[in-house]
Design a protein around this ligand. Sequence first.
Ligand code: C5P
Length: 317
Amino acid sequence: MTHLAAAPPPSVRVRAPGKVNLSLRVGPVQDDGYHPLVTIFQAVALYEEVTARQAPGGAGVSIAVDGPQADRVPLDGSNLAWRAAEALADHVGLEPDVALHLTKGVPVAGGMAGGSADAAAALVACDALWETGLPRAELGSIAAGLGSDVPFALLGHTAVGTGRGHLLTPAMTRGEFHWVFAVQDEGLSTPAVFGRFDELTAGGGSGAALVDDPGLAEDTGLMQALRAGDPHALGAALHNDLQDAALSLRPELERTLDVAREAGALGTLVSGSGPTVAALARSRQHALAVAATWTAEGAADSVWCTSGPASGARTLP
Ligand code: C5P
């Protein structure tokens, strides 16, 4: 009997989630230009979808994009998904011949790591398309070289991030949390928000202690709320050291936060480096009510309801 090797798949479709930082604590900027972080990520059920198709030898990488805000996504080597394909090809000694199609489901430049989700999904998709079969941990180290949030988009669920945010420890949670996101058409640049943070803190960060001891002491209540599946306690514990910097660049977000509080949100915060504002709701129904209030008050360009935690990058049938 002859054994024929299975033909490589003509295309692979992978989805990866966006995230909200339930807590984001930032230390003073280091010599490499990065800030040490202690953060608690939660993946939410807003997904980027990446389809990788075989391309002829020598074709290199190409990118097409659709979905909301697709016109704001670069189609060249500055796209993190493109860099992910090249980084994987480089790692395994292949030519990066692939046609990538991105369907955006996470706000662009919104502080929810949509670009990082594209990169994580592209890594998993190309790994399957090229049959390179790397273990997740190896994909994770390529991911860390691409951006601080890429490893979490691979892992998903809820996790503590230290270092630049790329060193991850899964966190235990119970149940489902209901989120509403107020999305703005105009994004914020992450380096600009970190730059404003440096100005506001005179480069000192919120806790110099983070450099030597990236502990979770201040987030004990938050971790307990996650384990208990208690949205009221979680809402009270949400925290973002970058919020003042984002608000100083976008003062109108203050009102977006206020409107959600008035609509009974259990907690509100700027998501990551913003400008997306996250509100934690009591239930799916309450999330819809908060969304309706934001829309009625004109406090967001669009409003997206979802839940967390959500799974990390995975292949779709
Ligand atoms: O790692 P990533 O490319 O996503 O980071 C984008 C920018 O955000 C960095 O160039 C840096 O200015 C800032 N950043 C930071 N400290 C971190 C993560 C990101 O200063 N821990």
